[in-house]
Design a protein around this ligand. Structure first.
Ligand SMILES: Nc1nc2c(c(=O)[nH]1)N[C@H]1C(S)=C(S)[C@@H](COP(=O)(O)OP(=O)(O)OC[C@H]3O[C@@H](n4cnc5c(N)ncnc54)[C@H](O)[C@@H]3O)O[C@H]1N2
Ligand code: MOO
Ligand code: MG
Length: 399
């Protein structure tokens, strides 16, 4: 049996390089960027008027001039206008190019316009050269990297891609995962289970997480039949990037999964982790690099292992560097066995900005209803049996 830390290290030694593809910007949200987004022109691309009003030469104002004749109007979308006489002004609108020979903008609110004349009526002692102009290149310069590859694309990155004209974006391909649930007692969710049967909740909880993290998934149910499991493992290791199994990895007479995997050439990298829940977690890899996460069948164990270990693996494979969230235990908690304990907790934020974790224990690893009461697992490390209120631990959040 290995520790949680060793299991994490082995998993992170087996990250993969994800191939890339071009997709339309319309479907790029949530994908992982596989190219840098660079400024194709300066940001902003010209000296941009930021207030509706008039553009003048600051030197005229300094020399005492307060009434200006309006020569012309510069609207957003007009090619650049020119002020011909320095004594005059150009009416300008937000988004227009600042006219040639002008260097400041005065807002309509500070003016009285009558006919062709604009008079400054506000106190202009604080007016400055360059006011109300968003200078060309002041945000970013042509060629500058605005977003580096490896970033998960949010609506902010979509805006940047659009402004640089990237209607197609190079992103990482979606990895294809198959979720395999084993067990004679497991039935499809549309069926009414007999008294000795249960619906396959794991298949759906696992798939939902995987989809959330950007994978494409399929799901299949298999009986506790070693021949069938072996046959399907061979088929799926050739057609999917990653296999997620649930159930059949413990000590039972019908827990065939570890043997079936090894018989079919999936090399065991570890089996059993000193943790609760999730102790019988099995992890391995085929010769061609397909990874297999075989998770213990109990719903909370399956769920925890995916969120604690698979999430680390997918983030690292995608090149996403997520900061480890830490939370403070809200009350004393005791756990005696020599195992790392993943405590289900409800998170809340204090007035001072701390994250508090209140235990919501439930009835063990079969109690999937309790998962909706909590929102994270707090990792209470092995080697200690009393965890004090106020101590801070790693938190793995699933919502
Ligand atoms: N003698 C021992 N028995 C067990 C040990 C042990 O160390 N020695 N470990 C226990 C622990 S810890 C866990 S966790 C479970 C893991 O069991 P398996 O991975 O072999 O899973 P199953 O036996 O197939 O099922 C366990 C449990 O989970 C339910 N299950 C399975 N699949 C689904 C699904 N798709 N949806 C919902 N629920 C599912 C299944 O009905 C069982 O109740 O073993 C302990 N035993
Ligand atoms: O991992 Mo088992 O989850 O302790 O029931
Ligand atoms: Mg079992």
């Amino acid at each position: 049996m290995i520790t949680v830390e060793e299991a994490e290290r082995i998993i992170l030694e087996n990250t993969i390089n994800i191939p890339t593809e071009k997709v339309s910007i319309d479907i790029a949200l949530g994908r992982v960027l596989a190219e840098d987004l660079c400024a194709d022109r300066d940001f902003p691309p010209f000296n941009r008027v930021t207030m509706d009003g008039i553009a003048i030469q600051f030197a005229q104002l300094k020399a005492g001039k307060t009434i200006f004749e309006i020569e012309t109007t510069a609207a957003a979308g007009n090619p650049q206008k020119t002020l011909n006489s320095p004594q005059n002004c150009v009416e300008v609108m937000t988004g227009a190019m600042i006219p040639l020979n002008t260097d400041m903008v005065i807002r309509y609110e500070d003016l009285l316009i009558s006919g062709k004349k604009a008079q400054i009526i506000a106190d202009f002692s604080e007016f400055k050269e360059g006011q109300n102009i968003h200078l060309q290149g002041s945000d970013r310069r042509t060629g500058e990297v605005i977003v580096s590859k490896g970033r998960k694309i949010s609506s902010a990155e979509i805006g940047v891609a659009a402004t640089i004209g990237k209607h197609e974006i190079l992103v990482q391909k979606k990895l294809r995962a198959v979720v395999i649930s084993t067990g004679e007692e497991i039935v499809p969710i549309k069926e009414k289970p007999l008294p000795h049967q249960i619906r396959t909740s794991n298949s759906y909880a696992l798939q939902a997480s995987l989809k959330n993290w950007g994978l494409e998934t399929e799901n299949i149910l298999l009986p506790d039949n070693q021949d069938i499991i072996e046959q399907k493992i061979t088929e799926f290791t050739e057609t999917f990037d990653v296999l997620i199994l649930s159930g059949g990895v413990s000590a039972g007479k019908f827990d065939f999964v570890p043997q079936a995997l090894e018989n079919q050439g999936v090399k065991k990298l570890f089996h059993k982790v000193s943790q609760r829940p999730g102790k019988p977690f099995w992890f391995g890899k085929t010769r061609n690099g397909t990874l297999v996460f075989a998770l213990p069948g109990n719903p909370v164990s399956t769920f925890m292992c995916l969120n604690r270990f698979f999430k680390k693996w997918i983030d690292a494979s995608q090149g996403i560097d997520n900061q480890q969230l830490m939370a403070e235990l809200a009350q004393d908690f005791s756990f005696k066995p020599e195992l790392t304990f993943f405590l289900q907790v409800k998170l809340s934020y204090t007035q001072t900005g701390k994250i508090l974790a209140t235990p919501v224990e439930g009835h063990g690893s079969g109690d999937l209803a309790n998962l909706v009461e909590a929102d994270a697992f707090l990792e209470l490390p092995l080697g200690n049996d009393l965890f004090k209120k106020g101590e801070v631990f790693k938190a793995f959040v699933y919502r």
